[in-house]
Ligand binder design. Structure first.
Ligand code: SER
Length: 346
């Protein structure tokens, strides 16, 4: 537990932001035809629209499963196909139909849900990843698969968690994330498949809510605030976790996949960070904008056990050095934007 502030994990300094010679090559967009598996989920729904704005609507296929069909702009702005990560043939058919060269593999169960369905979490997280990697090997695709702060465990240094360190998570979510990192590196080393990944913190967005994660409280709190309700916080005061606003997370995906491969020392997976806070700090940040907002703690034992096993804040120097990671939002600017967007919508 730390007494210091939310900026404690801001490791930016002048030397790390200098680009090595030749780094500008990395700015060329080389992706042409992209498949997003899990396009209607928390990250996918925004990443699909973001990639369509960069590469053209017709070049980004929204892959979804039955029961999670795309709607509205997501459906109307570009191609969409059923793409079940547990069905390798289905993935291969979509990849060939659209001549896909880059796959964003976003299918996963979040940490709390996964604890209730460990076999399904593994089936999707690892069986599914294996399908994606095989299709990518056969069709020469690059692959992005998110890892997470959940890939670390209680034996990991919690403060300024290094890029390369102990990864012995206690959750099935974390176990599948570490395995996914290793399997992705294996496919790169053995077959040359261009696999890349980041370890996402808790992601905060005002578009599609997360479902069943440990960090969800940091999204839910904004909905309560805007609705004028008291927030019941399931995570104990003093529990620090890394968090990130979705626009920065989307930039991380695109920037890493566009990065010059000759600069990448690491691949699966990069620590990335932008802010770390504990519940009282996000509560106070909201109260600066909405002074009447109330919060009460009712700690959820499962969520708390998971949160306590995760790092307080990651050291993301390797991402900053190898592909110029440079997040834009802090807790204050994110809070102002979240409250403005949610107030307009709710
Ligand atoms: N947001 C995820 C979760 O809480 C962690 O990556 O499960």
């Amino acid at each position: 537990m730390f007494a210091n502030s939310i900026t404690m994990c801001n490791f930016v300094n002048d030397t790390v932001n200098q680009k090595p010679h030749g780094a500008d090559k990395a700015n060329k967009h080389v992706m042409k035809n992209i498949l997003i598996i899990g396009a209607t989920g928390q990250i996918g729904s925004e990443l699909t629209m973001n990639l369509r704005s960069i590469y053209g609507n017709g070049h980004v296929v929204a892959g979804y499963i039955k029961g999670a069909e795309p709607k509205g702009e997501l459906l109307e702005s570009g191609p969409a196909e059923i793409c079940d990560i547990t069905d390798a043939q289905n993935i291969a058919d979509v990849v060939r139909k659209y001549k896909v060269d880059t796959i964003y593999n976003l299918a996963a169960l979040l940490s709390v849900v996964a604890e209730g369905k460990p076999l399904l979490a593994w089936h999707i997280g690892i069986g599914g990843l294996w399908n994606v990697l095989e299709v990518a090997r056969e069709n020469k695709c690059a692959v992005f698969t998110p890892s997470s702060i959940g890939s670390f465990g209680p034996g990991t240094p919690a403060y300024k968690t290094p890029q390369d360190t102990i990864q012995r998570p206690k959750t099935i979510y974390g176990i599948s994330k570490v395995t996914g990192e290793l399997l992705s590196d294996y496919y790169y080393n053995k077959y040359g498949v261009d696999t890349r990944s980041v370890r996402f913190p808790g992601l905060i967005s005002n578009v599609t809510p997360p479902g069943g994660g440990t960090t969800d409280y940091a999204v839910d709190i904004y909905y309560s605030a805007v609705r004028g309700e008291k927030f019941i916080c399931p995570i104990a005061q003093g529990t620090y976790m890394d968090m990130m606003y979705m626009p920065d997370a989307l930039n991380a995906c695109v920037q890493l996949m566009e990065a010059d491969p000759t600069r990448l020392v690491h691949r699966n997976s990069f620590n990335i960070a932008s802010m770390s806070f504990e519940p009282n700090q996000i509560f106070e940040a909201i109260r600066e904008e909405l002074p009447g907002f109330q919060m009460e703690y009712q700690v959820d034992p499962l969520k708390q056990a998971i949160a306590s096993s995760w790092p307080d804040c990651l050291d993301d120097m390797c991402a900053r050095n190898e592909w110029d990671w440079n997040p834009q939002y802090d807790l204050h600017s994110m809070t102002v934007d979240m409250l403005e967007k949610l107030s307009a919508r709710l």
